[in-house]
Design a protein around this ligand. Structure first.
Ligand SMILES: *[C@@H]1O[C@H](CO)[C@@H](O)[C@H](O)[C@H]1NC(C)=O
Ligand SMILES: *[C@@H]1O[C@H](CO)[C@@H](O)[C@H](O)[C@H]1NC(C)=O
Length: 196
């Protein structure tokens, strides 16, 4: 729950810093979005936690100095054009920041628009190592990327003395780039992924 509170607070700071130069009065309501597949285990847990965190913050007006967070939840599939469209629909609701996307494949497509509209994406689930601050400056990953996880997996493989392994993965950006990271990590240990 603390992590969500910190994330929400970061959204709020973004909102303030974006609006600081304007002389127009700031709205008392701050829209934030959440983009998940709420039918998945991660999505179900995230929904409860995010709603609880928003309630916590809104219940004490001294935390945001009178501002109220308004949460817009958007159901999103985990890949493809439909996921992209769902993200754009959420951005149309004038959100100052989005928690998500849940998937790296959708993040790849959405991050360009997010950069253009200057809407930060804060994701704790999109771990594809090729999504980097250099090409996606408005993407904030609040977890470790696959480079770290694959280094750990290659250590385990090396520990057992295996020199060749078979990888089973999703044939999308997320799966391929995660496995590429594993391939790199294994090369350091003189191991390899069977490519047949
Ligand atoms: C959610 O999951 C249920 C059961 O697994 C399924 O019947 C339903 O179609 C799913 N809904 C969506 C929107 O994916
Ligand atoms: C409300 O938030 C302020 C600032 O974070 C804190 O000092 C205070 O104890 C909170 N009040 C309640 C009732 O939780």
């Amino acid at each position: 729950m603390k992590v969500y509170c910190v994330v929400l607070f970061q959204c709020f700071l973004f909102a303030l810093s974006n609006g600081a130069a304007d002389t127009a009065p700031r709205p008392a309501l701050i829209n934030i979005g959440a983009l998940f597949n709420f039918n998945s285990t991660i999505g179900k847990v995230a929904k409860i936690a995010i709603q609880e965190a928003v309630d916590d913050i809104n219940s004490n007006s001294s935390i945001l100095n009178g501002y109220t967070l308004n949460l817009a939840l958007k159901e999103s599939v985990c890949n493809g054009f439909l996921g992209f469209v769902q993200a754009i629909q959420l951005m149309q609701k004038e959100v100052v920041a989005i928690i998500g996307p849940q998937s790296s494949a959708v993040t790849h497509m959405v991050s360009l628009v997010a950069t253009e509209l200057q809407i930060p994406l804060l994701s704790f689930a999109a771990t594809d190592p090729t999504i980097k601050p250099l090409n996606s400056p408005f993407f904030v990953r609040t977890t470790l990327c696959d480079d770290y996880q694959m280094t750990a997996i290659s250590e385990i493989i090396d520990q057992f003395g295996w020199r060749e392994i078979v990888a089973v993965f999703h044939n999308d950006d997320y799966g391929r780039n995660g496995i590429a990271a594993l391939d790199d990590a294994l090369a350091d240990k003189l191991g390899r992924i069977d490519s047949t």
